[in-house]
Design a protein around this ligand. Structure first.
Ligand SMILES: *[C@@H]1O[C@H](CO)[C@@H](O)[C@H](O)[C@H]1NC(C)=O
Ligand SMILES: *[C@@H]1O[C@H](CO)[C@@H](O)[C@H](O)[C@H]1NC(C)=O
Length: 349
């Protein structure tokens, strides 16, 4: 907004202020004009034209609407704030672009930035993105983006939603992402990430609307879940399809907010008998691990339970009777060491 501000508070004479406003943005004073005729901010238009230049070789057909004679707020993929006319959203979908231009960092009022469906997109995220201090949503999915997840993303202090998924990101997950205190959703699924889940991830601020979501599924993460994750009062956690080992029972807290827990296809090895499930548990997927012990009776008290898949583990004993359990079908319980009783057609001795 700097172009519309007077700089020195109320000390300038009113007539001079009006003059300034008239030369800098005459249309601001004409509420009768429709929003579409208001020209976009010149600095934003200049940045967008640099972005277009950078894309023009790669994707000539997709940016024809980016015509300098048309209000840039009406260009494809671009949205502006209704009041300030600053570009606040860029959603680039299904184009032929092959890289992420550094000039995007010159759209300082950007709140939402999405790149989706870009198999041809390669390279990495430019460090100029640290200038996007208003960014709340940053999403790249289905791309050829590679290399490590940059540490500098943790400088985007207003991020609420960060998704870098279905790409080719590799290396460890930066522990500094836990410094993003407004983050409510972190999705890094379907990459080639390695290393441990950072200790710092127990410190995410989970006091966020809608509950906290952590999705690290379909990577190559290894080692044990850090004990600190037992402190994380998440709503949704997905660690499935990794190479995680050891105890996952620390993720279950009876008074926790958890509703969706996906831990399948790892090497978790713990005793389920002692687990107390979260009261609002809706989906639990534990299939393809090495979970031992028996299924706790408390599972019959979970009124919201819709999915409880413990197949392909090492569980034993009688399946508790009651609640939704017998309605879940046999496939949720198959391929264990010695589970018995309904819905399985195996009588308990
Ligand atoms: C981008 O251009 C390609 C090639 O002309 C076309 O197939 C695709 O549909 C375009 N995408 C959009 C979102 O306009
Ligand atoms: C469980 O869900 C109810 C209803 O949505 C909610 O009021 C309650 O706070 C939830 N319990 C926990 C521990 O989050």
């Amino acid at each position: 907004m700097e172009i519309y501000s007077t700089g020195s508070g109320g000390s300038l004479p009113l007539r001079f202020l009006l003059f300034l406003l008239l030369v800098s943005s005459p249309l601001l004073l004409s509420p009768v004009l429709s929003a579409s005729s208001v020209r976009c901010h010149p600095a934003d238009r200049a940045a967008l034209l640099r972005i277009k230049d950078s894309f023009s070789q790669e994707s000539p057909d997709n940016f024809t609407s980016w015509d300098p004679n048309i209000n840039c707020c009406n260009w494809a993929f671009v949205q502006c704030d209704d009041k300030t006319n600053r570009v606040n959203s860029l959603t680039i979908q299904q184009t032929g672009v092959r890289h992420i231009p550094a000039a995007i960092g010159d759209l300082p009022y950007l709140e939402r930035l999405t790149f989706e469906d870009f198999p041809k997109l390669t390279g990495s995220i430019p460090s100029s993105f640290t200038k996007l201090q208003n960014l709340k949503l940053f999403q790249i999915w289905n791309s050829g983006l590679s290399g490590p997840i940059p540490e500098f993303l943790s400088e985007l202090r207003n991020l609420e939603y960060l998704e870098l998924s279905q790409s080719k990101l590799s290396g460890p997950i930066p522990s500094s992402l836990a410094n993003l205190r407004k983050l409510a959703t972190l999705v890094l699924k379907s990459n080639k990430l390695t290393g441990h889940i950072p200790d710092s991830f127990g410190r995410f601020n989970t006091d966020v609307t809608g509950g906290f979501t952590l999705d690290l599924s379909h990577n190559q993460l290894f080692g044990e879940i850090p004990r600190s994750l037992g402190q994380l009062d998440y709503m949704t956690i997905d660690l499935s399809y990794n190479r995680l080992v050891g105890d996952a029972s620390l993720l279950f807290k009876e008074n926790g907010a958890a509703q969706y827990i996906y831990l399948s296809n790892n090497d978790f090895d713990f005793d389920l008998s002692k687990v107390r499930f979260p009261q609002n548990l809706t989906f639990l997927v534990l299939t393809h691990n090495k979970v031992r012990g028996s299924i706790p009776e408390q599972v019959t008290e979970l009124d919201s339970l819709l999915l409880f898949d413990v197949s392909y583990n090492r569980l034993c004993g009688k399946i508790p009777v009651g609640g939704n359990i017998q309605k879940l079908g046999i496939f949720s319980f198959l391929h264990n060491r010695c589970l018995c009783g309904p819905p399985l057609p195996i009588k308990c001795m």
